[in-house]
Design a protein around this ligand. Sequence first.
Ligand SMILES: C[S@@+](CC[C@H](N)C(=O)[O-])C[C@H]1O[C@@H](n2cnc3c(N)ncnc32)[C@H](O)[C@@H]1O
Length: 317
Amino acid sequence: MLNKSVLHKLEDVTATLSDFFVRPPTQREADLAEQLRGDLRHLADASSNQLPFWKATCEALMALAESSDPRYFKRWQPIGSTMVARTTPYAIRNYRQLRRSPDWKNVWAEAIAVPQHGRAPPFLVDPRTDAITVQHATNLRHYESVTGRSLLSHDCVVEFGGGYGSMCRLMNRLGFTGRYVIFDQPPILALQRYYLGLHGLRADYATEGSIVLCRSLAEVAEFMQPGSALMSTWALSEMPLDLRAEIEMFLHDGRSVAALLAYQKHFEGVDNAAYFQGLQERSARDWTWHQAQIDPVNAYVVGSRREGMASRPEADN
Ligand SMILES: C[S@@+](CC[C@H](N)C(=O)[O-])C[C@H]1O[C@@H](n2cnc3c(N)ncnc32)[C@H](O)[C@@H]1O
C-alpha cells in the first residue's frame, strides 16, 4: 500500500490541476463569503473558554477570512490541519468497509457523495466524497453497531465541537429530521454557517430551527430537546478541563439518552485516556458505556442511559 506522504503528494498535484478549472464565485457563494466575514468581524473581540492552541487557530481563521477566498477554506492551514482528513491507509480502510456494507448501494453511496465546497485535496480513491465524510459515516456505523439503533432515530442531536459542519451535513443528507444543535467556538460556528449555507442548509445562532448554532452552554440547554443524543468526536478531548466538566452536566440532564464520543489519547498535555475513563466512572450510575479502541491512539466511547433513568430530575443527580 502507498504510504501517507506519497498519497498526500498525489492529492496536492490533483488539487493543483483541478484549480485550473475553477470558475468565478456564484452570487450565492459571494453572499455567503460576505456573511462569513461579517460574522467574524462581529466576533472580533469575542473570546471563549478555549485552549491556547484553539485560540491561535481561531485567530488565524479570522485573519485568513479577511485576506483570502473562503471557497478554499479547507486548504487554509488552521482548518486543514485540524478538521480536514486526508487520504490515508486508515481512511481507505474505512471507505472499503463502507463499500462492503449491505447498505452501500441504498444508503452510503449517495450520502457520502458531497459537493467539494472548501476545495480540500481530493480523496484519491473516490473523489465524489472526502476522507472526513467517510470518517463520519464510520462513526455513525459504529454507534449503530454498539447500540442497535441509528443516531438518526433520535429527536435531537447535540454536537459539541462540530468542525466545519461535515457531520451535520451528512446527517441531513441521510434524512435526519430532528433538531441538530451545535456548540462550538464562535469563529468555527461562523464557518459552519458558511459551509452549511453552501449546501443549502440554513443554520442560525440560537434561533428555533432545525440547525441551531450555540455559542454558550446556556443556549445548548435552551435548545436541546427530550430524547437527545450527545455527540463529541475528537472535540471534548480538545477542550479545557473546566469546560468539559460543564459539558458533562448534560449527561445528568434527563433529556439526553445516548452519547457518541471519540478521543485521541493525548491533547496539549492532557491524558484523555484517563479523562474518558473518569467520565464513564462518574456517570456509571445512570449510563452504560462501551469503549472500543480504533487504534493504539484513538478510541470510541458510546453511551446509553440506563432504562428508567430518562426522566430523572436534574436536582436528583
Ligand atoms: C478536531 S475538531 C473535530 C471536529 C468534528 N467533531 C470531527 O470529528 O470531525 C475539534 C472541534 O472541537 C471544537 N473545539 C475545540 N475547542 C473548543 C472549545 N474550547 N469550545 C468549543 N469548541 C471547541 C473545534 O472548534 C472543532 O470544531
